[in-house]
Write a protein that binds this ligand. Sequence first.
Ligand SMILES: [Fe+2]
Ligand SMILES: [Fe+2]
Length: 490
Amino acid sequence: MQNIITTLKKLFYRWRLCQVPVKQPIKISRIDNLIIFLVCILISIISSYKLLLISSLNIADIFSWFWTFTEILICSGVLILVSKKENPTISSRQIFLIITLLLAVQVTKLALASTISPLSMIIPPALIISQGMGSITALAWVSIASLIWPDPEIVINNNLFFILLACASIVSLLGGRIRSRAQLLQLSILVPIGSFLSQWILIAKDKTSLINKQDFVLANGDIFSDSFVLAIAMLFTILFMPIFESIFGLLTKARLLELADKEKPLIRRLSLEAPGTFEHTLLICGLAEEATRMIGGDIDLIKTGALYHDVGKLHAPNWFIENQDGSKNPHDELDDPIKSAEVLQAHVDEGLKFARKNRLPKLIANFIPEHQGTLKMGYFFQKAKEKNLDINENYFRYKGPIPQSKETAILMLADGCEAALRAMNINASDKEALKTISNIIYSRKKDGQLDDSNLSKGEIFLIKRAFLNVWKRIRHRRIQYPTSKNNTFS
Ligand SMILES: [Fe+2]
Ligand SMILES: [Fe+2]
């Protein structure tokens, strides 16, 4: 019986391992949780207190208020849960941004509901949230911000409510995918035009004069001025987006693409001062991108992370083999494996310093220590062992942490496979290449480096296939094409 239970437990454990797991959520401190909870209470009070402002208050009214208050509190909680589900690595600052925007909208509704269209209040924050935290969080925010209407006396036109939901949903869905500021600009022009046309058709075709110079901007309820205010609000949101990015640590697609620009001073320095490392970085970008595409991860994140993973080598480029160009190896002159191991560890420590100096987002800086994890510097460990058999292995291990996300784990695997694939014979078969890749990945896995990454067995299989595909491309590039002397072009 005991054996059956143990076998069942093992089977269950193996089944769990094969599932696509969820990322480990980031722990939020108690104080942050308390602040977030208090803001949620404030939102509930602001959104429901008007129900108590009745001259003859009875128990039914109090019950109705309490029901609304609880409903809003639960909605705020659901919003936070959805944002955590979509972004397991969400920070307390970002949760704070989501609920503060909800609070701001509720206050604005109370103060300016009769003067500003709900479109201008709800769509710009939806743009910020979709850009920084994804479409699902933005959609959840929009539905809750639209539902919790604080003043029951304000009756929103049904058609306007429909237009509001349609426009906000479009902004939420597209905002999470848009990859450049130019596209954002297009969105901020096209959505107000769309809202104007739909309002004109569905609400006020007969009532509103399109060219009413007297009531051009500030006319209350004028669909042209409402759409104009919406366009201005969206443009200002885009203008201030970099400030939101830096204050709340948001990593938008546009910011990722800006950081991935190879003309950035740090990357330019890498290409000039450590050309070997730069070449290694570019090849790793290709491997990691292909693998991430296969498992459905964040391609923009890994491309940018890969670009910066070894910037720490700038502190001493010639101490790394890829930059030595056949010249003397300083490690041989040093002849001290422990000191050599310190130089290797320094590429992580210095990399983190470069990341701080250049204000790289945390998600990008994480690639610097996590791509090395706690890997053993095998070569120097062996050299040290030749001198002293009792040498402690820990001197020759990187300080970590081990990869905490699928993307950083893929980068570690790409980093390990890159040199081996580059050094492979051009005539090597696919089977040989796959065996080399599998051996490297297996050794990392056996060493416990992938334990926190949540990569499933199926995903590791796909990663191996992706690396093999890149190897095939590299091999194809290296094949010399026969060219005749008279015809050197085609
Ligand atoms: Fe490295
Ligand atoms: Fe590397």
